[in-house]
Write a protein that binds this ligand. Sequence first.
Ligand SMILES: [Fe+2]
Length: 412
Amino acid sequence: MTVSSNEIASIVQQTLQQYQPYRGFTFRSPSITVTGGHCVNQLGEVLNELGATHVLLVADKVVHQLGLTKGCETAITFAGLGLTVFSDVDGEPDSTLIAHGQTCLEQSNADFVLGIGGGSALDAAKAIAVIGDYRGPLTQLKVGGIASRRVGLGAIPTTAGTGSEVTDITVIKDITLDIKVPVKGPALVPDLALLDPALMLNVPAGITAATGIDTLTHAIESYVSRLSNPLSKAYAYHSIETLIKALPIAVGYGHDMDKRYDMAVAAYKAGLAFSNAGLGLTHAIAHQIGARYHLAHGVANAILLPYVMAFNALSCEAGYAEVANALGVSREGMTSREKCRAAILAVRQLVMDLGLPTSLTGVGMTESDFPQLAEQAMKDICLQGNPRQVTPSQIITLLKQVMGGQLPEGYC
Ligand SMILES: [Fe+2]
């Protein structure tokens, strides 16, 4: 009897699957994290430790114009490393920008890509670093398409929100197809994350509020995600505890370095949590609404999160009760159901206190848009982690609630 190579491969695959660890998990994070006010001064030392000789600095255009990259540039050159600055990131990165970045990487012979700026600059840096010599369509890469890279990668966020400095994902718009392509893989986790709150002191209150609620959404969605693990839950829980104390003050008084530091760490921890545990229905819908109505990602999350929590409560009441503990709104003698309700109402109250909208009124949406939005949300990768199964008609019902600004009965 002869056995084909395909049959052998199939037998090996089945054998390996039998030995998948039960309840096991893999957790990825940057190998070096540096934090603290003005810690950007330590950059040269850390880059030397990582073996970098020439750095391609990928920066937001505005961040560069404001002079926020100066400290990095000085630290890099003072350490005797080569430096090339690519400061063309202006808004969400697309395939044209990434192609320019790739050319810049090749021509500079840089062996380390360092992103500095908001989520867009960090996403661009990550894409440039991992795509390397690749010249094919982005859609061929997609999820799981990137396992290795040939250059080092670092990230310095100037807003506290996306957690892109630690996550294994980047989103690039494919110009030819006019779609956003999420690219995900272990190689997208930076080697270095540097959190310097001094770079965040001048972020406007509105952006601080929206990016802060994005962080809260990462923490809450990953905490109750079906893909969560003990480490991701620990990071998520502590992110919520830190954020609830720091965010209102950071929005109200942006120059509070302590609270900016706390928010940077909260965003980092929430990023670690969701990068290793996934997200949920809030992000699945927010991605569709943000793209279609040009709504800032954090604002879309702020509007949706309490409604999605009320929907999910059926299957994760205990998880939200623990979230209530982290938010500091549970009291002795409360039942699990009461704590769950308290968590949802606390999130809604925080959104209102920060001056963010609580309904979709005024974004240009009509009920006739709902079926298509629901279908698109059902295909979003973030739905995999949601603790409750959902149908398109349930998403439509939820969108009607959000449109009217009324939480379901029992949460008013
Ligand atoms: Fe997000």
